[in-house]
Design a protein around this ligand. Structure first.
Ligand SMILES: Cc1cc2nc3c(=O)[nH]c(=O)nc-3n(C[C@H](O)[C@H](O)[C@H](O)COP(=O)(O)O)c2cc1C
Length: 451
């Protein structure tokens, strides 16, 4: 692979770290790993990760979110609490702020739901963060998943899947108008004339949709990036339509480079059809990396990590993600069309289980096996010594299956340290990854234009 003659030397990988403000990483069993630092309630824990990632010139650290602990399985949160299945979710804003103070160049992304927050709140928050970090902020736009989240916000049932994206369309229209409600250069700060800002450059928004009404203007002057970088991960047809309209960094989960390439090609086409430059979007699949100095040591590490998974984690997370109680069925019984249709969570994920299992009516066991939820196999696992891991990343990247990767952690912070110390230098040696940050904002570092 190295030295491939077809390779465009200017095309460099995007590298993103997938973080959780939680007792566990993406991999639920990670909290049981002997090397996992239990300091997830300390800001220093996140600051250390930020500094580590910045040492590796990583573009962006982004933190996912969920607005309720898993409580669909057995209609209770007991199993989740007992086993530590993503029960802790700290508020992201203080964490992002603290990380932004510790690291000076790293991009920082936070997840905010368009179903449970309001456009004014989110527009103001992200514009403020973008000022404080000198333009390093990204927003992971999600529509949330399940009734447990709804009930934490005084709503009995989570909105139906496609309706959530109709709400999200309005949400992004309104936040975008709020971010533009102060023109660049509106702030004068002229002590001599006493003019603070030019009212001709500050505008009402008067957004009026079916779901939201916002008068504006925003109370935060236009931020360094204009708009934060928008992350999206819609995978269903409606989700893709939304991602093609608004998304800039598109995060996905695909088991093979072929499937990921099909998504990337589709999204580039959809973006073009929506009047956008296809190069204004980047697709990055989430992967685990288990790397060590030798293939044998990597294999030992992998076996140790895999041994941390258990079936309760899988069933708890499946119930959460599909908004459906998986405890009510014998594990080998096919689920009826009606039951499958009632799963209002991640449609894209359901399609994946149906496709990979080869049956229209997968059983609970099929869900466990083909979703990989709660196990390492939920994501592709790149494993081996640094050369072997770089080979796997290079082959996806050169096949144009993706523009880079979202690195999920098998344990924290060790998985990030291993990646930065062992894999990044190998990618840099091959010319696949940059050696230094570019000047300017996160947008500048991604080669995205300022809106
Ligand atoms: C890498 C990645 C990270 C995600 N992070 C979150 C998250 O933090 N919170 C959330 O509610 N959904 C999250 N999602 C779910 C997506 O927003 C989206 O709902 C999902 O990919 C399914 O697509 P669909 O909504 O079109 O069915 C994530 C998805 C991916 C692939």
């Amino acid at each position: 692979m190295p030295g491939n003659p077809n390779r465009n030397p200017d095309r460099k990988m995007l590298l993103v770290a997938f973080l959780q403000a939680s007792n566990c990483s993406n991999y639920t069993g990670s909290w049981r790993h002997p090397d996992t630092d239990p300091g997830f309630m300390d800001l220093e824990f996140y600051q250390y990760i930020a500094v580590t990632l910045e040492r590796g010139k990583i573009h962006l650290a982004f933190i996912d979110d969920r607005l309720a602990m898993p409580s669909r399985f057995g209609d209770s949160f007991e199993e989740a609490v007992e086993h530590g299945v993503r029960v802790v979710k700290l508020d992201l804003v203080p964490i992002i702020t603290a990380m932004g103070l510790a690291a000076k160049r790293l991009g920082l992304g936070a997840t905010y739901s368009t179903t449970y927050y309001s456009p004014f709140h989110v527009a103001r928050l992200f514009a403020s963060l973008d000022h404080f970090t000198k333009g390093r902020i990204a927003w992971n736009v999600v529509t949330s998943l399940n009734d447990s989240e709804a009930q934490n916000f005084g709503v009995q049932e989570h909105l139906e899947h496609d309706d959530r994206y109709d709400v999200a369309d309005e949400f992004l229209q309104a936040t975008g108008e709020l971010w533009d409600s102060w023109e660049d250069g509106a702030v004068l700060l002229d002590k001599q004339t006493g003019r603070f800002a030019d009212p001709a450059k500050v505008h009402r928004v008067d957004y009026s949709g079916e779901w939201f009404q916002v008068r504006g203007p925003s109370t935060v002057p236009r931020s360094p990036q204009g708009h934060p970088v928008l992350i999206q991960a819609g995978q269903s047809p409606r989700g893709r339509e939304f991602a093609a309209r608004w998304g800039e960094l598109l995060f996905v989960i695909y088991p093979t480079p072929e499937a990921c390439k099909a998504y990337r090609d589709d999204l580039r086409q959809r973006a073009e059809a929506a009047g956008r430059d296809p190069d204004s979007i980047r697709v990055a699949p989430a992967v685990y990396v288990v790397v060590a100095e030798t293939p044998e040591k990597a294999q030992q590490k992998l076996e140790q990590i895999e041994s941390l998974a258990n079936q309760t984690d899988s069933l708890t997370l499946l119930s959460e993600v599909f908004n459906y109680d998986f405890s009510v069925h014998p594990v080998d019984e096919p689920l009826s069309e009606d039951i499958l249709a009632s799963m209002t969570g991640l449609r894209g994920f359901l399609d994946r289980v149906v496709e990979l299992s080869g049956t229209k009516n997968p059983s609970v066991n099929d869900f466990i096996k083909w979703s990989g939820r709660g196990t390492l196999s939920e994501l592709p696992v790149f494993t081996g010594d640094p050369t072997q891991v770089a080979d796997q990343m290079e082959s996806w990247f050169l096949a144009e299956a993706c523009d880079g990767f979202v690195i999920a952690a098998t344990h924290m912070p060790g998985a990030y340290e291993d990646f930065v110390d062992l894999v990044v230098p190998e990618l840099q040696r091959r010319g696949l990854f940059r050696r230094e940050y570019a000047e300017g904002t996160l947008r500048d570092n991604l080669g995205f234009v300022r809106p």
